[in-house]
Design a protein around this ligand. Sequence first.
Ligand code: NDP
Length: 427
Amino acid sequence: MSTTNYERIPSYGQHGLGATLVYSMMILFLLLTTYYFYFAIEFNAASLIPSENSDWQGFSQAILPNWESALVYLLWFGLHVLLYYFAPGKKDQGIELEKGGRLTYPINGNSAMWISLSAVGLIHFSDFYTLDRLYHNFGALITTITLFSLAKSLWLYFYGKRTEPRHLSGNFMRDFWMGTVLNPRWPDTKTGFDFKYFCEGRPGLIGWMVLNFAMLDAQYKAYGFVSLAMIIVVLMQLFYIAHYFHNERFILTTMDIKHENFGLMLTYGDLVWVPFLYCLQAYYLIHHVHDLPLWVATLIVLFNAASFYLFKVANDQKDEFRRDPDKATIWGEKARYMETKTGSKLLLSGFWGKARHLNYTGDWMMALAWSLPCLFGSVVPYFYPIYFAILLIHRDIRDNEICKEKYGEDWDRYCEKVPWRLIPGVY
Ligand code: NDP
């Protein structure tokens, strides 16, 4: 049975004033959270609790959009649209669609990333536009891209209304938030420009990296050097993003691409939430310069490497198994699995025999490794691991529901064999 997000609508329903209020509050909360963390880190001494020293006036001025932020974003977005079409790379096909057929996607995010980062580096080192200007325009950029995301989501709502009216729930706020269209394309063909696939990676994830470099430059301009903590945070995150684009075709089988409609939730998440909140560690480090001992830095990098190993190997084991269950070998042995009535098999060896989502655990441990160089003076640089823990626990619960719906009693049997969700012996 197919499970689109439309069929998994939250239990508080879709109609009436109650649902409208819930979705409106959710949208407001999401938007305010980004601003609040910016306020906390820049205008409230990296504290979440306002005090008499909080600079509310500076904050209210900093978040006003300006021509510079609009132009910078227009150029950045435009560059990535061009790279989507022209950067070197292969093409691949997505999963079989409900209505039949498959969509074609350009797998050129890797070259798009390195070309766009090189272009940014060139512009920076030519002194035409230095990266620290992005740090000084951080608030204006948040507002500019938020307005852009709201406008784009409105357009997506009408796009879905026209092309996939059966996805509409009838509640505008719900449809605006969750989206009304699975694969918006222009032109609406198998090879057209895919807005969701494009936004999932290109301007936001690579934008996160550019913002990290802007923080690094801001620290350099302020102190005349770059701290070891800053270097390892930027490098560990660069490695993560580079790995993502190196394996870009894997996102074609993720929940977001397969099941989620493209509305404000994904648009805002991709374009604002990810770049502006995931760079908080580097942001925090600009003015929190400390002497991180080399041995501590080494331990953190090793912890990051071990976490990456868990994340990558767990994902690879499932991927290899899904491609050919009978030929897959795991840790030197033929993969063990159980049959299900659907015909699809469930892996029982490797990390998938120890817990049901060790890939999530490795991913979360990396998030923690990126915050540790900030030490423990503020909770703000720990935003990402805290938020990500909630997201992954929720995602694990949702995935469990999807699998239960798909596999029925076979899933219960699998859960008996592999009782742990995220941490063997604990949870
Ligand atoms: P998974 O890669 O864990 O995929 C879950 C699916 O795998 C299930 O629905 C089921 O699908 C299949 N499956 C489950 N158990 C087994 C088994 N024992 N054997 C074979 N197949 C099984 O989940 P996601 O797509 O959510 O995540 C992919 C990666 O992306 C993860 O590493 C995650 O950490 C990362 N991620 C990162 C995010 C971020 O913001 N940084 C956000 C979300 C994810 P089926 O049976 O239909 O094949």
